[in-house]
Design a protein around this ligand. Structure first.
Ligand SMILES: Nc1ncnc2c1ncn2[C@@H]1O[C@H](COP(=O)(O)OP(=O)(O)OP(=O)(O)O)[C@@H](O)[C@H]1O
Ligand SMILES: [Mg+2]
Length: 316
């Protein structure tokens, strides 16, 4: 488990992270999502031991990543958002250079470099100079480089940016492979739909604060739950209203153009039961539709302060 405990970080007078708390289960593929300036890069650099927080600690399986420098270097593989590339090196030399910083040399280093370049689809670029690589190729190389020491915790800052659709697909496969091999992976992105497709867990960060985090399916359920069920009945509206009011999972009820708009906390099964109850009471239900919600619209709702109360209040 990776525990981020009360982490704060300011740059001068500007607060980038403010009491950030988050638990990431072992073996999670975690997506950190937030708008520009939310604090994603800052959080990832702190987890990777590159910069230090003003307050707080980060514990990964009993190791304090903010304090134990040597252990952190071994545990973490970090792919930065801005790639530091040296012009006068070939791709293969670059891999060997990074291998050496982790004490890997000779045959072991060459073999490992070959395997990783193959994994990211860069074998045919092995002898290219780094300044001859496109941005997407550099990105792939940085992913390969970050894995050279077989880290347990892999942190990638916007790894998909600059990649074409095929490379994105390959990155997704690689991330899922690493995850299946038991690695904990944290990646950041602005694109929620992409993250929800790949990740097991997500956290939405804004203004240096974690707004919501959890398993993707729970977050998706909240997205759905944030939208009303539209119900149209053809008879006995007063009985329908009574049944809806009595249902404990109904949070708010309104009427819009002869539709009942029902904000409902239940799951799919609860929805089906509610429909069943209406029908059992001889109410003719002609429409019963949960308005679909996208993660994007939810993201906008939860990162838009004017709507925050709507999402988080249980009373409405
Ligand atoms: N070196 C720095 N000096 C001063 N302020 C900084 C520095 N790095 C980041 N910040 C500020 O801290 C806040 C968080 O920045 P950060 O780079 O962590 O955001 P981000 O979520 O990664 O954004 P993006 O999506 O644009 O990459 C921003 O307001 C930014 O201006
Ligand atoms: Mg960033």
């Amino acid at each position: 488990m990776l525990e981020i405990k009360n982490v704060s970080k300011s740059y001068g007078r500007h607060t980038a992270l403010s009491n950030l708390n988050l638990n990431i289960p072992d073996g999670a593929l975690f997506g950190l999502v937030g708008p520009n300036g939310a604090g994603k890069t800052t959080a990832m650099k702190i987890i990777s031991g590159i910069i230090f927080p003003d307050n707080g600690d980060i514990i990964f399986n009993n190791i304090n990543l903010c304090r134990e420098k040597k252990a952190t270097k071994e545990i973490v593989g970090y792919v930065p958002d801005v790639l530091g590339i040296y012009d006068d090196m070939t791709v293969f030399e670059y891999m060997l250079f990074f291998a050496a910083t982790y004490g890997l040399t000779g045959y072991v280093a060459r073999k490992k470099a070959d395997i990783l370049l193959e994994q990211v689809g860069m074998t045919d670029k092995k002898n290219f100079y780094l300044n001859e690589l496109s941005r997407g190729m550099q990105q792939k190389l940085c992913v390969a480089r970050a894995l050279i020491h077989n880290p347990e915790l892999i942190i990638m800052d916007e790894p998909a940016s600059g990649l074409d659709p095929r490379a994105r697909y390959e990155l997704k496969e690689l991330l899922q492979e690493l995850n299946a091999a038991g690695k904990t992976v944290i990646l950041s992105s602005h694109i929620l739909s992409e993250v929800s497709e790949i990740c097991t867990d997500i956290g939405i960060i804004e203004g240096g604060k974690m707004i919501i985090s959890g398993a993707v399916e729970d977050i998706l359920a909240k997205v759905e739950g944030a939208n009303p069920i539209k119900i149209k009945v053809l008879n006995n509206e007063s009985l329908a209203l009574e049944i809806l009011k009595k249902n404990k999972k109904v949070r708010i009820l309104s009427v819009d153009n002869s539709y009942f708009m029902v904000y409902f906390d239940g799951k799919k099964l609860d929805e089906a039961k509610l429909l069943g109850e209406l029908v059992k009471n001889n109410i003719l239900v002609s429409e019963f539709i949960r308005e679909p919600g996208s993660l994007e619209s939810y993201f906008i709702k939860v990162t838009n302060h004017s709507n925050e109360s709507v999402i988080f209040s249980n009373e409405y």
